[in-house]
Design a protein around this ligand. Structure first.
Ligand SMILES: [Ca+2]
Length: 183
């Protein structure tokens, strides 16, 4: 009989009855200046016009593991601030070299905020693909296919949306990272 509570917990997870409470899915965004146009060797880069900045957003599902709250088919939108433009080239995952065709958004699963993995994936197929995880929208909210300018940016992109698949583990987390330039 000692196993009964665990069995009940698993059943509850399979048959979700509870709604998510406010704040159970959290998003925490941070910005890191990668470089500026001053290029001073001994001074950390500043957020100036022309500076390159990485945004990182950690998404966490803080609902309890046995809460019975099934979170799936989520979509997250992030409007870009007016004074930044999105880098629409493969983002480098190693810090030095871009990984071919990994897309402009790095997806890292789990190990964040002391939480486990989300159990989800977020793949990038191509800039024009409409079935993959990443979507780009212009100022009118229209879905667009980004086209890189000479420096690898597209000022038309004003919002990104990601659609990781499929079930967001309770107690799990993931992070996305993408690069912008201040205009
Ligand atoms: Ca897409």
């Amino acid at each position: 009989m000692k196993r009964l509570p665990l069995l009940l917990g698993i059943l509850a997870a399979l048959i979700p009855t509870a709604a998510l409470a406010a704040g159970e899915i959290t998003a925490t965004k941070t910005a890191t200046v990668i470089s500026d146009t001053l290029g001073l060797l001994l001074v950390p880069p500043k957020a100036l016009t022309g500076s390159v900045v990485d945004y990182k957003i950690v998404f966490a599902n803080t609902a309890g593991t046995f809460s019975g709250k099934l979170v799936r088919n989520v979509a997250m939108e992030d409007p870009l601030p007016a004074n930044v433009i999105l880098r629409v080239a493969d983002i480098n995952s190693s810090g030095t070299t871009a990984t071919a065709n990994n897309g402009p958004i790095e997806f890292s699963d789990g190990g964040l905020l002391g939480l486990g993995g989300s159990g989800m994936t977020c793949n990038f197929v191509s800039w024009a693909d409409t079935t993959d995880c990443i979507e780009f929208y212009d100022t009118n909210g229209n879905l667009i296919t980004p086209v890189a300018d000479a420096n690898g940016y597209d000022a038309r992109v004003r919002k990104i949306r990601i659609k990781p698949v499929t079930t967001f583990n309770n107690g799990g987390s993931f992070q996305i990272r993408y690069r912008v330039k201040i205009t």
